[in-house]
Design a protein around this ligand. Structure first.
Ligand SMILES: [Fe+2]
Length: 300
């Protein structure tokens, strides 16, 4: 069956393109791929032309998630399956596909207030323009078949969201975390992977946040780069939604820092890769097994 390969890009709507450029390039070590002042900022994390796209917009939130397919044939078979389920997937114009720097592009409204996009044939950067970070010392961001990272989405209706991501998009459940995060308040989130194997490319929970996007995660090859990024963000006086810590399910060591749009980026190292042949779905009762303290919260 034709399945999503990985999370290939995300699109953010923001009025703060200049702040995003400074944050992404100078603090996180990303690279500008394309810049149209006041309109668009396309960021590189690797040898693809664009991975995080900031478009002029009022949302300060996720606008679209772009899911990669290995071939056009896989993409078309997937779209046919969405249509057979009665999901109103649309073929995008050539101009829209070119703007995303892909050959073939389809879109579908997500029940949680953003657009799911499906593509094949992403544009690689010219080989004489390899990814160059001004900040990273290690081997850069961990992408490739794993995709760019993950997004955590606020579920407006948790049950319907699980159905849409599992039955609709065919994402595979990795595990569930159900934990009492404050006295009397139990939070639950479900974590989904693709055939690419990253422990989760999308997670969703009925979380009490004003935005669609709770956070997005990017992974580094080097733990030192996570620590150096932490120091740069701290020196710049940024707010940390979570201090350094570790998740028991995907084994990610990370911190969460506030982006210019107000949601967080999780900057991490050491994430688990799922092998579907041997994987067993588990339930955890803690979101973090050490660290990840919120602002002002005592270390556990
Ligand atoms: Fe995360």
């Amino acid at each position: 069956m034709a399945s999503i390969s990985n999370l290939g890009y995300v699109v953010i709507g923001s009025k703060k393109l200049a702040e995003w450029e400074d944050f992404a390039v100078n603090l996180l070590g990303m690279q500008v791929g394309r810049s149209e002042p006041g309109k668009l900022l396309a960021l590189r994390l690797d040898d693809m032309q664009q991975r995080i796209i900031i478009e002029d917009g009022e949302e300060e939130d996720l606008r679209a998630a772009g899911w990669a397919f290995k071939t056009d044939r896989d993409l078309r078979a997937f779209v046919k399956r969405l249509q057979e389920q009665g999901l109103p997937v649309q073929e995008c114009s050539k101009d829209e596909a070119t703007n995303r720097r892909v050959e073939n592009l389809y879109s579908l409204a997500d029940p949680n207030g953003f657009t799911q996009e499906f593509f094949s044939g992403a544009y690689a950067a010219p080989s004489n323009q390899p990814f160059m970070s001004q900040r990273l010392r290690g081997a850069g961001f961990k992408t490739g078949d794993l995709g760019i990272g993950h997004v955590l989405i606020r579920a407006q209706d948790y049950g319907k969201s699980l159905d849409f991501y599992q039955e609709g998009l065919g994402l595979r459940l990795s595990d569930i975390i159900r934990a009492e995060v404050r006295p009397g308040y139990v939070a639950e989130a479900a974590f989904f992977h693709t055939v690419g194997g990253r422990h989760h490319s999308l997670a969703t929970g009925a979380v009490n946040i004003p935005k669609v996007l709770g956070h997005m995660m990017v992974e580094l090859h080097s733990l030192d780069d996570v620590g150096l990024g932490y120091d740069r963000c701290r020196a710049a006086g940024l707010n940390f939604a979570r201090e350094l810590g570790h998740h028991p399910n995907d084994q990610m060591t990370s911190f969460y820092v506030e982006t210019p749009s107000g949601f967080s980026i999780e900057y991490g190292w050491g994430g688990l890769v799922v092998d579907d042949e041997s994987w067993t779905v588990k339930t955890y009762n803690q979101f973090s097994d050490w660290g990840h303290a919120r602002p002002g919260q005592a270390v556990r």
